[in-house]
Design a protein around this ligand. Structure first.
Ligand code: FMN
Length: 298
């Protein structure tokens, strides 16, 4: 099921989502060996950051809620990871974030020098300059980050969008116009909250958290559908994918590649091999190819 994506050949269309397995080079390598076509690193930020106190993640059965708070050693403190990743024989996406345009640029410049195959900008995290607003909810601020980062890097740029945007198609179009090479959608949905009725308190230490996993799939599919209508660049469809049938649904909405995050917890690290097999079986049974089904729902 090999596939071309922005000039690179991937062994299949499945992508590890950012954040769910961290940044250890040994784990990222293992994910590739267990059948993942493209491996995304956890978002890397400008300064060391601990993230929120526990509890930060909770399984809700139909998905997860998390507020890990973007913990990062900071881009300058990953010598061991970069040392190993520079010798890798598999493709990676380095995900980055910043609290301002300048921070995005600083991290992007450094990360680009480490030669990842792609750089993903996480414009779905709060922007401190604008008092907690998220860059990705506004077409102008999304455009500004893409324009600024694009100047600093020499690998293709992927913009990762939030479902909190009023019109996600408009945001994707602004990113495409500014030079984004692909779109990844979606980041977690929400924020949501879970209250423990015995202690009468929110369970997460940060109180609110983003939703992921099966329960958000219909929102993710709708977002990918809207983005496909709005842009010509390829889309990584992400959110709630657990099975081959889910991946096929994402492709029918318009995705070129399909991301998997929370479901690694439900089906194990070899979920990529399992989902590829399920997709292959479905396509064979229906005598269809990936090209036949891409955007078929439109
Ligand atoms: C524990 C956890 C940590 C995450 N960390 C990041 C992150 O660092 N950067 C990012 O862009 N997305 C992060 N995400 C969002 C996922 O990459 C993905 O967009 C989201 O979970 C939806 O996909 P899923 O339903 O397959 O999990 C995180 C998600 C979870 C559950």
């Amino acid at each position: 099921m090999a596939i071309k994506f922005l000039g690179k050949t991937l062994k299949n269309p499945l992508v590890l989502a950012s954040g769910v397995l961290g940044n250890s080079s040994a784990i990222l390598k293992r994910v590739h060996e267990q059948g993942c076509g493209l491996v995304t690193m956890k978002s890397i930020g400008p300064e060391p950051r601990d993230g929120h106190k526990n509890p930060t993640v909770m399984d809700l059965g139909s998905g997860m809620i998390n507020a890990v708070g973007l913990p990062t050693p900071g881009y300058l403190n990953m010598k061991n990871e970069w040392h190993d990743l520079e010798k890798r024989n598999f493709p990676i996406v380095a995900s980055i974030y910043g609290g301002s345009i300048e921070e995005f640029q600083k991290v992007a410049r450094f990360v680009s020098s480490k030669k990842p195959d792609f750089i993903e900008i996480n414009i779905s995290c709060p922007n401190s300059e604008k008092h907690g607003m998220i860059f990705g909810v506004n077409p102008e601020s999304s455009r500004d980050v893409v324009l600024a980062v694009k100047k600093e890097i020499n690998v293709p740029l992927i913009a990762k969008l939030t479902p909190q945007a009023l019109d996600i198609g408009e945001i994707a179009r602004a990113c495409e116009k500014a030079g984004a090479d692909a779109i990844c959608a979606i980041n977690t949905l929400g924020p949501g909250m879970v209250i423990d009725i015995e202690s009468q308190m929110p369970i997460l230490s940060f109180k609110k958290g983003g939703l992921s996993g099966p329960m958000i799939k219909p929102v993710a599919v709708r977002c990918v559908y809207d983005i496909y209508k709005a842009v010509d660049i390829p889309i990584i469809g992400l959110g709630g994918v657990t099975t081959g049938a889910d991946a096929i649904e994402m492709i029918m909405a318009g995705a070129s590649l399909v991301g998997i995050g929370s479901a690694v917890n439900y089906r194990g690290i070899d979920i990529f091999t399992k989902v590829t097999k399920e997709m292959d079986t479905w396509l064979l049974e229906h005598d269809l190819s990936m090209e036949d089904i891409k955007g078929a729902a439109h």
